[in-house]
Design a protein around this ligand. Structure first.
Ligand code: ATP
Length: 531
């Protein structure tokens, strides 16, 4: 913040602010006091009963872990609790997912990530009455360490991911306590939409989820979505590295808007202003001019669009590709579609558990793709739409409903959820798009679609400084602002093409989800800037 800004507010405003801060402090202090009181109560309850409790050393609240000691104790992951571990004495760290006390027993479901296991604590020679009571009172979502014997169960436990075994708990310690009142219940947050209404059980709306994203991200569905999304990034990287691409990093603070003036966020930059990059476009092309031949990058992309739709964010992750080709930009289309196919295959083969987990809450058909990828010309797409009754001009861009309709028509005719639409009208593409040599109204540009929605825009780029200058002027772009970009083509530039993909859209559409906010960990849209 600049000095002016600090001093800018009036006295009244300052007073109001300090009052607010004081109130906040008081509230926080009250909260801390309450927490301390609660802990003291639990501790005193424990102490009261300690004297006549033979099991008093087998449970309790651990002092805050401040790395006081190194403990040579291996913690077994919940997902590894299988029959192989039967009869073994092990330690597990997990959250309390649910807990239910029944007479002298306490049934717990312990959860770590998307895996759950049943645990049983019963009064006996290893556990006292007080110990069972203590366990039953630990709040849901608290993190605990338990020592237990892994036992084979007679009947599969359908409600847990670890169905063949349960844990017979012998020691239980709280590592980190959760507040008792949760902003949302995890069971509600994974309930399929619609089911809640019929049976009178709750589901959780999107704003509540996003306001409490950390809790929402603990659900099995979210865990699966973001593990799969990490898979998309890894498969994208691995496939391109195998094809000889180089991963690059491009600046996100830039001096000129890459795609023209609209839709950019302006940020103050010392005594002047700068923009947040709308795409790495100009820089990845400059790397081609610098002879890197095949480059890609994964990074944030900013769009100041007031688009409150299911598929627009103001910050998303761009998976960008740029590649020099020999003679025809279709060489690049083939390389990109092959990369997408490798991603689809990798997801299908390595992420079945995650796909099925998401499908339980959001059912969808498995994603279908062809090899080689279906490529249609824009004109053909238009003809299909017109045959279905849509009225559209030759040089008009596809609206979202028409894009979706075309997706359905393509699926009916070709049975694929992934296809390329090639040769878009020049008028609807950015200034750096190479015109079609055979028809000046069209261009060497393409979009790719998943389940009828755009996931990639790309084109052969103009690699001739003079033509680029003409096209920029045609689009009324201030040449001075893109001088460095245009200059990079003055000293010889390889013919090249590329494209930009939205990561969140790929994950959303692959899984058949309906909102891009579900596939953005901390989504940014015109109405949301936190958490
Ligand atoms: P749309 O027509 O859907 O608004 P666009 O034509 O503005 O997209 P491009 O600028 O070509 O999109 O960006 C390339 C890709 O980046 C898109 O195909 C999409 O996958 C992704 N993308 C673009 N804008 C957004 C956004 N606001 N939120 C999320 N992803 C986006």
């Amino acid at each position: 913040m600049t000095k002016e800004n600090v001093q800018g507010g009036g006295e009244e405003e300052q007073q109001a602010q300090s009052k607010k801060a004081l109130k906040k402090q008081q509230k926080e202090a009250e909260k801390a006091a309450k927490k301390a009181e609660k802990q003291a109560k639990l501790a005193s309850e424990q102490q009261e009963t300690e004297e006549d409790d033979f099991a008093k050393d087998r449970y309790g609240i651990c002092p805050m872990v401040q790395s006081q000691q190194k403990l040579d104790r291996a913690l077994v992951r919940v997902q590894d609790l299988t029959l192989e571990k039967a009869e073994q004495q092990i330690w597990v760290r997990a959250r309390i997912h649910t807990s239910r006390a029944k007479g002298k027993q306490c049934f717990l479901v312990l959860r770590h990530q998307q895996f759950t296991v049943q645990a049983l604590l019963a009064v006996g020679d290893r556990a006292s009455k007080q110990m069972v009571k203590f366990a039953a009172n630990i709040t849901k979502e608290s993190i605990i360490d338990v020592e237990a014997v892994v036992k084979k169960v007679e009947q599969k436990i359908e409600s847990c991911s670890q169905q063949d075994v349960e844990l017979h708990v012998e020691r239980i310690f709280v590592i980190s306590q959760s507040e008792a009142r949760l902003p949302l219940q995890l069971e509600d947050a994974v309930r399929p939409e619609g089911e809640g209404d019929e049976e009178g059980r709750a589901t959780v709306n999107q704003d509540t989820r996003l306001d409490n994203r950390v809790i929402d991200l603990r659900t099995t569905t979210s865990q699966a979505i973001f593990r799969l999304q990490s898979g998309v990034c890894q498969l994208f990287r691995d496939t391109l590295i195998n094809k000889g691409f180089v991963e690059i990093q491009t600046p996100k603070i830039i001096s000129a808007a890459s795609e023209g003036g609209a839709n950019v966020f302006t940020v103050s930059y010392f005594k002047t202003s700068a923009y947040l990059a709308q795409s790495p476009q100009l820089y990845k092309q400059m790397c081609i001019c610098a002879d890197f031949d095949k480059v890609f990058c994964v990074g944030p992309v900013f769009r100041a669009e007031d688009s409150n739709t299911h598929r627009h964010l103001t910050e998303f992750v761009g998976l960008d590709i740029e590649m020099a080709f020999s003679y025809h930009y279709h060489e690049v289309i083939d390389s990109i579609t092959d990369t997408m196919v490798q991603i689809f295959k990798g997801l299908r083969d390595r992420f079945q558990t995650e796909i099925q987990t998401v499908n339980k809450q959001y059912p969808s058909e498995p994603f279908k793709f062809l090899e080689p990828t279906l490529r249609l010309e824009y004109k053909e797409g238009l003809a299909m739409l017109r045959a279905a009754g849509v009225e559209m001009g030759d040089e008009e861009d596809l609206s979202t409903p028409n894009e979706k309709l075309l997706g359905r028509l393509v699926k009916e005719k070709y049975d694929t959820d992934f296809y390329v639409l090639d040769k878009y009208p020049l008028a609807v593409r950015p200034f750096y798009t190479m015109p079609d040599p055979n028809n000046p109204k069209y261009s060497n540009s393409y979009d790719m679609f998943m389940r009828g929605e755009e996931i990639l825009s790309g084109a052969q780029r103009i690699h001739d400084a003079q033509l680029l200058t003409e096209r920029a002027m045609h689009h009324n772009i201030d040449l001075e602002k893109i001088k460095a970009y245009i200059d990079s083509f003055r000293y010889g530039a390889p013919p090249h093409a590329g494209g930009g993909i939205g990561l969140e859209r790929v994950t959303m559409l692959y899984l058949g989800l309906h909102n891009v906010r579900q596939t953005s960990m901390f989504p940014r849209d015109p109405k949301r800037l936190t958490p």
